[in-house]
Design a protein around this ligand. Structure first.
Ligand SMILES: NC(=O)c1ccc[n+]([C@@H]2O[C@H](COP(=O)([O-])OP(=O)(O)OC[C@H]3O[C@@H](n4cnc5c(N)ncnc54)[C@H](O)[C@@H]3O)[C@@H](O)[C@H]2O)c1
Ligand SMILES: O=c1ccn([C@@H]2O[C@H](COP(=O)(O)OP(=O)(O)O[C@H]3O[C@H](CO)[C@@H](O)[C@H](O)[C@H]3O)[C@@H](O)[C@H]2O)c(=O)[nH]1
Length: 438
């Protein structure tokens, strides 16, 4: 089948590549000329494990190509995916300007029946808006379908190729048949395609992300209670996670959720609630708690250093919002770095993939180091912001010889507290007992 994907961000590239991998011919369209030039030269603009191999194979086999020209890109396409940004607008609601612009461009250039699919995360009612926008100038019949995407960065290819489920919102039998055919290879792997109406599909995406953000936030609050009561959040996590009604995943306490999705989607759902005059109290609390959680370790550092971090040097391990990505959107590390600089501290950082993106933001106000050990050389303490595997089993001898004093603030609970006590570190983590290094 011939498919067009409009927008070549994370979602567009993964969607386009994976549909090419299942035998379709895919043309990806983007207005960013430099990006399209790179893509045409087989240069992958994002770091996503496993995607490059599929990307190169499908380009070589002639199933994946790129253009900046929308009309050329959608020629003969039975399905057009919209994988466009929906950033927060000034009031926190999802900004639909990119989607509606492409919808209005599509109207006059559709040449036969086409299924237009919202892959972006969009508020309830967007499929209707997109339909109305296209209908203004369309001369042929078309359907607008909601097909939210649930991939996680870092494991996006697996999430797309072996999804827990595919959600498709449509009230058109004709569109349903087209989508059924497209997702047939995925169903064959035993994953359900769940058909529903457009509005329910749109809300499903926000409900999923907000529920997961709430689950994490709940554990962060339990962690805060553990610290006050002398319990251990890792034990509590194991204790509740083995209850199949609760489940083991997304129960890891830390320095708050970040990334390009949870923060904006929780905010957008809260805004949607406001618009229909519903007071979604839970979401407001989730956002407040998460905000406080992000810089929690700085408060502990301030207490440890008798109120002042001025003149101290801190090594930071991890900048990306999570491992296996170079994405720094809403990464807790950024807020911590800003705060440390504002308090007069010096900062040395290392991340396996995200350094270039952070250089654009901080320039030479912080020191970018060649590896994790260089980042702690001469530092007063280490802050751990992202749980990259390379940080899980460091050479502690080397670490203690490089650090000025053996102090670690760990936002990801990477080390066993007893082991840290045995090694003589002063060790602060989340929801577990402090180790005083004596
Ligand atoms: N990133 C994720 O992990 C993820 C996962 C699931 C859903 N989503 C949702 O998917 C959507 C896209 O997210 P993303 O992270 O891929 O976005 P992104 O910002 O990384 O990329 C969007 C792309 O769209 C292009 N674009 C903008 N206007 C255009 C136009 N008129 N024509 C063609 N291209 C245009 C931009 O140049 C950019 O390359 C968002 O709604 C997001 O919430 C994201
Ligand atoms: O137990 C956990 C799990 C995650 N996180 C944090 O939560 C954030 C989001 O993590 P994750 O969900 O793995 O990353 P994303 O790539 O942002 O994926 C989320 O957002 C995407 C965009 O909407 C959805 O498609 C995915 O299903 C959804 O998991 C990160 O800051 C993580 O550090 C925790 O703090 N504790």
């Amino acid at each position: 089948m011939k498919i067009a994907v409009v927008g070549t961000g994370y979602v567009g590239l993964v969607t386009g590549t994976c549909f090419a991998e299942t035998g379709n011919h895919v043309t990806c369209v983007d207005i960013d000329e430099k990006k399209v030039e790179k893509l045409k030269n087989q240069i992958m603009p994002i770091y996503e494990p496993g995607l490059d191999v599929l990307f190169e194979r499908n380009i070589k086999q002639g199933r994946l190509d790129f253009t900046t020209n929308l009309k050329e890109g959608i020629k003969d396409a039975k399905i057009i995916f919209l994988a466009l940004p929906t950033p927060p607008g000034e009031d926190g609601s999802a900004d639909l300007k990119y989607i509606l612009k492409v919808a209005s461009d599509l109207g006059p250039i559709l040449s036969e029946y086409t299924v237009i699919v919202d892959k972006s995360t969009v508020p309830v009612g967007t499929a209707d808006k997109v339909h109305a926008q296209i209908a203004k100038n369309a001369k042929v019949p078309f359907d607008v379908v909601s097909n939210p995407e649930f991939l996680r960065e870092g494991v996006a290819v697996d999430d797309f190729m072996k999804p827990d489920r595919v959600v498709i919102g449509t009230s058109s039998d004709k569109a349903r048949k087209v989508m059924d055919q497209l997702y047939a290879p995925f169903v064959r792997q035993g994953n359900p395609v769940i058909f529903m109406d457009e509005k329910s599909a749109e809300l499903t995406k926000y409900a999923a992300n907000s529920f997961l953000a709430t689950k994490i936030t709940f554990m962060n609050e339990i962690a805060n209670m553990c610290e006050l009561l002398g319990a251990d959040v890792d034990m509590v996590r194991k204790g509740i996670g083995t209850d199949t009604r609760i489940g083991k995943r997304f129960l890891f306490a830390g320095i708050g959720y970040g990334g390009s999705c949870f923060p904006k989607d929780v905010q957008a759902l809260a805004k949607s609630a406001q618009e229909v005059k519903y007071d979604f109290k839970l979401l407001t609390s989730v956002m407040d708690v998460n905000q406080e959680q992000k810089t929690k370790l700085i408060h502990r550092a301030k207490a440890f250093y008798n109120g002042s971090l001025k003149g101290k040097t801190f090594g930071i391990w991890g900048l990306a919002f999570k491992p296996y990505t170079d994405d720094i959107r809403e990464a807790p590390a950024l807020e911590n770095i800003k705060e440390l600089l504002a308090l007069g501290a010096k900062v040395k950082v290392y991340d396996p993939e995200a350094m270039e993106n952070v250089k654009e933001l901080f320039g030479n106000t912080i020191e970018f180091c060649s590896d994790e050990y260089a980042a702690v050389d001469g530092a007063d303490a280490l802050f751990i912001m992202t749980e990259w595997p390379v940080f899980r089993t460091p050479e502690f001898d080397k670490l203690q010889s490089l650090l000025r004093s053996k102090v670690i603030f760990d936002g990801r609970n990477l080390y066993d507290t007893q082991a840290m006590e045995d090694l003589g570190f002063t060790y602060f983590s989340i929801g577990r007992k402090d180790v005083d290094g004596k």
